[in-house]
Design a protein around this ligand. Sequence first.
Ligand code: SAM
Ligand code: SF4
Ligand code: F3S
Length: 442
Amino acid sequence: MNQKIFIKTFGCQMNEYDSNRIFDSVRKIGYEKTDIYENADCYLLNTCHIRNKAKEKVYHEIGRVKKKLRFKKKPLVIIVGCVAQAENQEMLKREPYIDLVIGPQSYHKINKTILNYIKQKKKVEETEFDAESKFDYFSKIKNNFNIVSSFLTIQEGCDKFCHFCVVPYTRGPEYSRTFNQILDEAKYLADNGSKEIILLGQNVNAYNNEGYKLSDLILSIEKLTEIKRIRYTTSHPKDMTADLIEIYKSSKKLMPLVHLPVQSGSNKILKLMNRKHTIEEYLKIYDKLKEINPKIEFSSDFLIAYPGEDEQDFKYTCNLVERIRFINSYSFVFSPRPGTVAENLDLIEKKISMRRLEKIQTLLFENQIKMNKSLENNIINVLAENLTEDKNKTFGKSEHMTSVIFNGKKSDIGKVVQVKVTKSNRNTLFGEIVKNSDRKVA
Ligand code: SAM
Ligand code: SF4
Ligand code: F3S
């Protein structure tokens, strides 16, 4: 079979990782990738269900493709990801242009499902939660998406059931891959050019496999000489255990940025959300980490205008943003999700929600601008990831994951270089290379 597949991905980093692994799988049955969907024999959409009319966006996208390709041979249309899981059979009924629906814990069945479909033209949905078989299957297929900074999923699913969130329903229960499977994948990535590994999980710090924890994984992966940086995301405050905090003292490669979603600064709202932690507990984690290394910075997710949030609750959130000068945070207005506890709660008026969102974003953006400005004229370590699109400059990331554009060369890619920051804006630092740390070491 010599066929072309077009893959479009919505949603989080875990979906990005999954899309790459799906491609690693389907290339075994003869698919190669195309960036032009008009040329594709297979159109695969990896979907996200986290906010707003996610389902409608998927039908809209498929409707658009259907219209565009109406005079062409119909591609095989596959929907995967969190909407696929949530909607399952419904999708096949509602949109006949869709052929296969596969949920996130059934990707190991994708090759068979495609081949069966080609033979029998029978539409199916595969939405069982079978994370163990999935990861066993993928551990036998190499992760060929080795770029300088590579994702590596170590944990899936969620048992926390925050009242606003669909993830426990779309990804299933918490599951941790085996320690050896992960180390093998990390080694393979390192051997093939990865310099940074970003460990992924919906609750990455809940990782626990036969007693091995996230801290054990980090300490083992950092023994790989080729790996220069390690990050993990997304973590839950409840799982910021002492061992994980402790390794910030000894780890040489764990980056000093902690992405720790807090959602709200009000204990009342945290309780209503079923977040299972208080602001005092969150601040304790922050203080402990700052004490270990004052260079550690925090980023977060904020859920604004959750039902029941009054002006005082919102003020607590603003106060928290002023106390912890978060960098690179995400903020969203609450969006009711089907099947969750908060689905039918009374919404806060749109005008008020939007005003609060604007206010929190102004505060967050001010912090970001100030933080970046304070780096001007300083020398920072940057992992060079690629040339910029126009090929004139080099693009990389600071230790705090801020984008940096500087005058590097192609040969700098994959190296940690020192850059003097000359200019900044909210999202990006600009600078001049001063010294190549790798060359110096060599
Ligand atoms: N597990 C992570 C945690 O505990 O915070 C979050 C994972 S979730 C995929 C990413 C973010 O989406 C959440 O932190 C939350 O801010 C946001 N989110 C989840 N459900 C939402 C909803 N119903 N409306 C708006 N934002 C939502
Ligand atoms: Fe969603 Fe809460 Fe689980 Fe995070 S911890 S994935 S917000 S249910
Ligand atoms: Fe979206 Fe599913 Fe990720 S709902 S954020 S793609 S876990």
